[in-house]
Write a protein that binds this ligand. Structure first.
Ligand SMILES: Nc1ncnc2c1ncn2[C@@H]1O[C@H](COP(=O)(O)OP(=O)(O)O)[C@@H](O)[C@H]1O
Ligand SMILES: [Mg+2]
Length: 288
């Protein structure tokens, strides 16, 4: 009951402010660097700060957000396409009032499909978007052509890397690729699994400097998450680390990153991009 009243109050607040949904894609170059754990715990932290969040597992066919939550789901995004389910039938409730859509498992190619289905997907997403302050897309590793449409449409891209040289070069190559197509997308950089603060800081500096020097692109250093055994413990327990151990160093780092991110937001900034996301997404897909 309290949750409902709370959501209602936030909805009214948002309507009064005239702000609307912000879309964020979480990407990396290299796989396995911590995108899903970051997306999930960052989303939960936003919920704890009073925002409404829809976490969308876009690692379609290899999704694991539902597993990380211990709420393994039989209904996934794949059913929207194969069985024509509505988006409301796909949205599950997680802890802290988090909404999520599972990515599903199995071979699938949902985005290489006809315009009707693409339109259905975009209409469905748009129909619930007003209920959320944030829609966060946890992407699969690398970028396929179809993911690219989504990446070009979102308001912001969060890039996760580890301090390993292979992860750094892949993160750089991925950002460069997107930047060549969309010059204005803000990139936010997060270094995960830093063994020391120094290592994390140096990685942040190295990548932001390279982006500036070689591409003339300013990107935002959002922060770093330490290497912490609490992460794999949480994965095994199928409980997000933020909930399993809110005081552990990686949880405190998530709180810091979330608050730093929120501080950068102003209402003015939130309104600038009204509805651009859906218009852009439609355009990119239909121009294929
Ligand atoms: N900060 C961290 N400290 C320790 N281990 C981590 C950390 N972040 C991620 N891991 C490990 O890496 C694995 C992969 O993380 P995941 O979020 O699934 O990556 P991705 O979504 O990029 O493939 C986790 O299961 C965990 O074992
Ligand atoms: Mg993942």
């Amino acid at each position: 009951m309290r949750d409902q009243a709370e959501s209602l109050r936030m909805l009214v607040n948002r309507m009064e402010k005239g702000t609307d949904t912000k879309t964020i894609a979480v990407i990396s170059g290299k796989g396995g660097v911590g995108k899903s754990n970051f997306s999930l715990n960052f989303s939960l932290m936003l919920c704890k700060r009073g925002y409404t969040v829809l976490l969308f597992d876009m690692d379609i066919g290899m999704g694991n957000i539902d597993i990380l939550l211990g709420q393994s789901s039989h209904i996934t995004i794949i059913d929207m396409f194969n069985k024509g389910l509505s988006i409301r039938e796909l949205i599950k409730k997680g802890p802290a009032n988090l909404s999520f859509i599972a990515g599903g498992t199995g071979l699938t190619n949902i985005f290489t499909m006809n315009d009707d289905r693409i339109n259905y997907f975009i209409d469905q997403l748009q129909s619930v978007s007003r209920e959320y302050d944030y829609i966060i897309f946890d992407m699969g590793a690398g970028i396929s052509e179809d993911y690219l449409h989504l990446l070009r449409a979102v308001h912001e891209i969060f890039v996760i890397t580890t301090p390993e040289p292979t992860a750094i070069t892949d993160a750089y190559a991925t950002m460069k690729y997107i930047h060549m197509l969309e010059k204005n997308i803000p990139f936010y950089l997060i270094v995960n699994r830093a063994q020391t603060d120094k290592e994390g800081r140096e990685t942040l500096i190295r990548l932001t400097n390279a982006m500036k020097q070689f591409l003339g692109k300013e990107i935002t250093k959002l922060g770093m998450l330490p290497e912490d055994q609490a992460v794999s413990k949480a994965v095994i327990r199928q409980t997000p680390f933020l909930l399993l151990d809110p005081a552990t160093k990686v949880s405190r780092a998530i709180a810091e990153i979330t608050d730093r991110y929120l501080l950068k937001k102003t209402d003015a900034e939130m309104t600038t991009h009204s509805f651009n996301f859906f218009a852009k997404l439609r355009r990119f897909f239909l121009e294929r």
